[in-house]
Design a protein around this ligand. Structure first.
Ligand code: SF4
Length: 192
């Protein structure tokens, strides 16, 4: 009668771990390699890797932004140490470099004056000043100190809708700024 053989997986694994690695067993000669191949360098070779966060959604995948000595962004990749993504980026996150370094990127603000049919290009600083002026004017006009005999110190005339490009630090600062001004309608878009 044939005896059925059994395998001791624990023993097999222990022997595999102690044996030679694949690279030690395959090929007796060095790999064929041209001078050109030997001198090739990766596009981020020698660049400084700065840890950052994908700007798109609330998953918050960590990234490595590779920067040259001159401070130029060379590439952005997933960070293998990211606890939420392990170095992977979805198609949007994979396009972060193109979002940042792109000749077609808008560098001005589009503004249409009240009643106008024409859009104008305005500098970013101009837009920030306009927002600050309007914020102050609206807050002063709508600020309520007390309601129904209770102190409320708030304004319902301003609301804030954030974007997923905000990181933790930016959101912290935004909350501090808005709450200290009495704004209670604060929303930061994406969350999972
Ligand atoms: S957009 Fe994609 S890569 Fe970026 S945080 Fe979200 S899931 Fe991660």
């Amino acid at each position: 009668m044939a005896v059925k053989r059994t395998l001791d997986l624990t023993d097999l694994l222990a022997r595999a771990a102690s044996s030679l690695r694949l690279g030690d067993r395959v090929g007796a000669l060095p790999n064929v390699e041209s001078e050109r191949t030997r001198n090739l360098r990766g596009r981020v070779s020698g660049a400084k890797a700065v840890t950052s966060v994908c700007p798109y959604c609330a998953v918050g995948c960590s990234t490595l932004a590779y920067v040259s000595d001159a401070g130029k962004l060379l590439d952005v990749e997933g960070n293998p140490e990211s606890p939420v993504s392990g170095g992977h980026l979805c198609p949007k996150g994979s396009a972060i470099f193109g979002l940042t370094v792109n000749e077609a990127r808008w560098t001005t603000v589009k503004y249409r004056a009240p009643g106008s049919r024409r859009w104008e290009d305005k500098p970013l600083d101009w837009a920030l000043d306009r927002i600050a002026e309007r914020f102050k004017e609206t807050r002063e006009r709508t600020f309520v100190r007390s309601k129904d005999g209770k102190r409320v110190n708030h304004t319902l005339g301003i609301a804030s809708l954030g974007g997923a490009t905000f990181g933790v630090e930016e959101n912290y600062l935004l909350q501090k700024l808005l709450k200290s001004c009495g704004v209670v309608s604060v929303e930061n878009q994406a969350r999972i």
